[in-house]
Design a protein around this ligand. Structure first.
Ligand code: 5GP
Length: 205
């Protein structure tokens, strides 16, 4: 994994969590309420993994071939990248830089490697949040529910990665247990609200 510095300022809210933890639903909840509209934007990553039913190119990911991904990496268009279950995922540098000039915060849903890289590169601006599922037991069902075409062996591999990811939760700024979605959403909104207002106050002084 390599990281290239983004130039402009603004907070980077990095949300991680195992497949099926509900991190995407939680992240999207921030974009759906008026309070954060125009203040937060979601980073759309590059990926080489196949598109799932219901996913849209450029909205959920920029879906690329491995050769396209490598070319972008070579051209330094990728801020950080990882390999997850055999596919490449990377943060679009130009997108982040453009959005950071406009919004107060950028939301990134990244794996634990991405969160670590962003925190290391931007210790004062990165806010890391780990979303934990209530138990590992229900995870296979939650993964399958999200996309019915996910193959059984992929579900198994994702659960295996989840076990590793859960061990990294302690290094995050916040850990959110997504047992009750409404409560988890409310807690996430409180975290973001308070970090944005502290950041605003600090930028003024
Ligand atoms: P999924 O295939 O479930 O969409 O994503 C697999 C994992 O890759 C998730 O943990 C997701 O958060 C992470 N991910 C998505 N985009 C990026 C990225 O640009 N960089 C990193 N490091 N992880 C990413």
């Amino acid at each position: 994994m390599r990281i290239l510095k983004a130039k402009k300022s603004g907070l980077l809210f990095v949300i991680s969590g195992p497949s099926g933890s509900g991190k995407t639903t939680l992240a999207n909840s921030l974009l759906e309420i008026g309070e954060f509209r125009g203040r937060l934007v979601k980073s759309v990553s590059f990926t080489t993994r196949p598109r799932r039913t219901g996913e849209k190119n450029k909205r959920d990911y920029f879906f690329l071939t491995a050769a396209e991904f490598k070319n972008l990496r070579r051209a330094k268009k990728i801020l950080e990248w990882t390999r997850y279950l055999g596919y490449y995922y990377g943060t679009a540098r130009d997108f982040i830089e453009a959005q950071m000039g406009k919004a107060e915060g950028v939301l990134l849903c990244l794996d634990i490697n991405g969160a670590r890289s962003i925190k290391r590169a931007y210790p004062d601006r990165a806010v890391t949040i780990f979303v934990k599922p209530p138990s590992l037991k229900d995870l296979p069902l939650r993964i399958q529910k999200r996309c019915r075409t996910t193959r059984v062996d992929e579900v198994r591999r994702r659960v295996k990665v989840a076990e590793k990811e859960l061990r990294a939760a302690g290094s995050y700024d916040y850990v959110l247990v997504n047992k009750d979605l409404k409560k988890a959403i409310a807690r996430l909104h409180r975290i973001v609200r308070s970090r944005l207002s502290n950041y605003r106050a600090a930028s003024r002084s």
